[in-house]
Design a protein around this ligand. Sequence first.
Ligand SMILES: [Zn+2]
Ligand SMILES: [Zn+2]
Length: 237
Amino acid sequence: MDYLLDTHIHTISSGHAYSTLTENAAAARLAGMALIAITDHGPLTPGSAHELYFMNFKAVPAVVEGVEVLCGVELSILNARGELDLRDEVIRHLDLVIASFHGVCMAPIGADGHTEALVNAMKNPHVRVLGHLCDPTYPFHVEEVVRAARDTGTIIELNNNCLKPGSRRLDRADALRMYRLCNELEVNMVAASDAHHHSAVGRLEHAKAMAQEAGIRQELILNTSPARFKDILSQGK
Ligand SMILES: [Zn+2]
Ligand SMILES: [Zn+2]
């Protein structure tokens, strides 16, 4: 089955990414994507956009360069309470909210603390995806987190960037164990590029390889149908 959507893309508004929304959309069309989500970093990442940026998405057309565009954000988890760097009043209006650990916003606090942070972030009804969980800098208790993902209806990301062999953000054995457990507990997953330049948009080969190696059932990977993905988002948590 073809992957038709890429749900994690940064633009120049993130402050350390290098392509515009339009350049990303054009690259997505060439890569065969029907839908993308623009997910710039939250305001606490140095150089990223002010919250006003996330409040003005009505300015963005629903379709750009022939590709459907969802307007979202990749927030940083800030502490064990699972607090994030944009207010609920702002994120409740966005199409897609990803929550991730980033060193610039939260120093590692140990596996117990990371687990608590992830579980608490998932309790936020607006957080729909946990981003790049394969990062060994932020170890966590896999079973507890995957069970919480199942219980809260949170999607786990297959981050192509992190899953690249040799990535500093990858412990492959841990990642495999986590994705196998996601499969076993029927947690939805989505492959995403985490592109910081348009040349990476729609590149999902490492995510696909992990999905295959972990034996994930096709129906648990949400990339094959934009309609189904949007349907799941619209159902809420
Ligand atoms: Zn990230
Ligand atoms: Zn990202």
